[in-house]
Design a protein around this ligand. Sequence first.
Ligand code: ATP
Ligand code: MG
Length: 564
Amino acid sequence: MSEAVNVTETAERKERNFIENEIDKDLAEGRYTHVQTRFPPEPNGYLHIGHAKSILLNFGLAEEYGGKFNLRYDDTNPTKEKWEFVESIRADVEWLGADFEDRVFFASDYFDTMYECALKLIRNGKAFVCDLTADQIREYRGDFNTPGKESPYRNRSVEENLKLFTEMKEGIYPDGSRVLRAKIDMASPNINMRDPVIYRIAHMPHQNTGDKWCIYPMYDFAHPIEDAVEHITHSICTLEFEDHRPLYDWVVKECGFEEPPRQIEFAKLYLTNVVTGKRYIKKLVESGIVDGWDDPRLVSIAALRRRGYTPESIRMFVDLVGVSKANSSVDYSMLEYCIREDLKLKRSRMMAVLHPLKLIIDNYPEGQTELLPMPNNLENPELGERMIPFGRELWIEEEDFMEVPPKKYFRLFPGNEVRLMGAYFVKCVGVDKDADGKITAVHCTYDPETKNGSGFTGRKVKGTIHWVNAPTAVTAECRLYENIVDEEKGVYDPETGELNLNPNSLTVVKDAKLEPNFEGAKAYDSYQFVRNGFFCIDAKDSAPDHLVFNRIVSLKSSFKLPKA
Ligand code: ATP
Ligand code: MG
């Protein structure tokens, strides 16, 4: 067994997943002496929460076993790949804390090796150039019930194959006219083994290799070689590749790699009622329904970051979901649970009024302001306290006053007394209305005896409301979110296949009133707003003189952690 691995130490973690069990076995049996993993994204879009699972799983395993973790771009298909995605993927992986050090690789850097491997297969009689059209290849392949039919080109001589393949590379044949195929078994019950195509002609420049190549390797041939070249031990991928594993093993064996990597599959992470499909997101972006791939209503990693999710919360989520062999779907509320858990002891609880209504304290001296101490976090005294101004004119939430209260309404209504959080008791003595009868201000009187911290025990009140001193308030924009799709109707319309959009997915509150303690607030900083939830400074639109906040999550939870 390798010295780098200390199983007693790693075994302290609660439960080992099936991948860890397999790795333990491989190390114990001496199949490998170290652990090397990778995350292999194709740079053809932004990463989403499902990818985060794969990233953290691969990185976590490398870390756990004292091994290394590579970020490798699987950029073998020049049609869909873009540099923009290369950069966004790197930023996302770094942000998640999956440390690849300087281990960033591009599959396209191995095109020479792949070409050499193809030549080797040809020389060993394990690959041939086939002139059938794509349609014919499909037809000859057969299906689950019908065995495949051998290509008439299958028995070309090694010399002829070498000549044709070299000519393919030299660019003398048009796209689609010929392919290189592995010579395996047209009668295999596994269709992937029926002489799969491993190289195709595509006269198309590549973002990394430019015009150097006009033949490109297919995924099933390229991927195992990429892994083998990097000395990956455990090539962890999602379940849809299970049927491709025999081909993976065939490629690393026939190409003659020593200590070949081993593929292990796990179930994809799906979120219920959440849109992750690239095609749909692209449409939402292009039609302007969302503001880019990082719109906070989406679940790309960039969007979650902009919404105010932390790497810690995503890691907690991925841990809670666990690693499994069976596809399942988890609820978005679990993600919300994780961010609440992560932020609740770390962030200050600020006074912020989303729907302001003026409150005037008639017996409070005009022009006077006092500073009141306020604990930053009731559950975490380590965060200390701050001073907030209090005066005669305040903002309170519209919903905290009712002229005609229903039963069990303990907030402000005429004649009722409530506590202004951290300040005084106030009693409602009247209202101002405009010509249309709309309430424009609530009048109260306060009782100086009831000052917070004075030890007053004379009487009790049932309601406590929050407030912001009006003259010193900061006006801010707050964006409140709901699911982009209508959960009641279901994500997709069964007739059209289009998304059922939720018209209320974004509510913009233009003039929220905040206590004046947000100096220096910068992109991604987050806070709890009393009673209204956790909010994060928007990284795109916020400016020091016009703060814009995204609501990360409200304070109420519908998710319950399952009992272990
Ligand atoms: P495409 O449809 O373009 O292939 P993809 O989501 O599979 O999209 P890749 O770049 O091929 O994108 O994925 C990189 C890695 O992330 C792969 O190893 C893949 O198995 C893994 N992965 C993709 N989606 C999920 C998911 N929902 N849950 C867990 N892992 C995922
Ligand atoms: Mg893929």
